[in-house]
Design a protein around this ligand. Sequence first.
Ligand code: GLU
Length: 459
Amino acid sequence: MTKNTTTQLIQEVVDYLIETDTNELSTWGENRTEWLKQGGEQLKGIDKVIAGDLRIKKDDGSIGTYQAFRVQHNNACGYYKGGIRFSTGVNQDEVQTLAMLMTLKNSLHDLPYGGGKGGVHIDVRKHSKRELKEVSQAFVKMVQNDIGPYRDIPAPDVGSGPELMDWMTQAYKDLHPNEPFINTFTGKSIKNGGTKGRGESTGIGTFLSYYYLVDAVLNDSLEVNDKHSDKRDMIKAIGEKENVKVAVQGFGNLSRAAAISAQNAERKHTVIAVSDSRSTVYNENGVDAEKLAPFKEENDRLPNADELKEMGLEGDVLDPMDILTLDCDVLILGAIEDQVTEANQADIKADILVEGANGPVTSEADQYLTEQGKVIIPDILANAGGVTVSYLEWIQGFTNDVKEKEDILEDMSQRMKKVSERVYGSYFSSEHDESLRFLCFKLAVVRVIDLMKRSGKII
Ligand code: GLU
């Protein structure tokens, strides 16, 4: 999704809310249209952008320069919150889009946060640890007066992780010795105030967002409008299969945890393929994600055909993009944005697509696949496990009550379940034929605008 398609969808949702009598807005009275218009305009804008070039001395003595951004989109629902991505895809438009999606994600999931996002244009693979540490410190220097536990709380994203968060926390501590620092970042290492389970949380949550969809349909009490009966039947058929075939794009942190969750789920699932930027490993009888994970972690790539054999695993090594068009029931998109596009949409065989990454399905492909009767679980619903556990880490930072991993993941799962049940209940009972993405945007926009009106941000 680009900034244009995101703002366009926000506008469509606002127009729809203005034109349609919805239960959610029954108490808003005669000011409703005005509030929606003003709120929509604010949501399409940005509160603040901090941008600059980060400069460091590289190991070879030369100077490295990296474009960096922190975008604070909206804080009607609480402190700005969202990750910092280190990637060559970073530009201001992308970071603004991702910040908007954070506002909507946090709103949809009832978290006490607004939306923010950061980004550094850098190829992490081409830099030493020392260089990355310096870039992290330079980033904190740039944003130091705009972040803090009660202002804007960054976290990891693509290309960053606990190590970077630890460096950044230290940099903040050095720059602001008298201020609270422990909750300025979440996603820190466990020994440094992080939360057990944060690493796996986004991937587990992504799988659960799909699992709860099937649960909702298998539950006899689900109210289904005729408009949605075909989709209900399709999902029910998947839920009743003896073995559900899942393909998982990506094999980073998120996708590994999603694949392992699928393998260990109560209803039987077989992960038929996983992929990374170099290859797809495929076996229609199942690839063992638990066995592949340590190899990937050690070598930063998936094994080739010979290495697979040496590991005692059977499978074919295919091109990385082949993962998308394999014959499967569920496709988990856990890599990066813009993967399912007009170029490959007609070849997608999965009936359910789950957006673990942000924006992996373009808006054109989204429309096409939805028309084909497929169900796409949108990023702002599916990948909130990470920020939910960030929230638990933030609470832990205040209380010092350190919870066990099972308790953290159980808490996150229950929160994901509650939100999923609300979304899916509303989806199937709706007399409007709206996509899940539209519905999630709608629920998120209503909460943000409601809080704007309560706090007098709109009048
Ligand atoms: N970067 C993650 C996301 O996009 C996590 C954000 C957070 O924990 O604040 O949801």
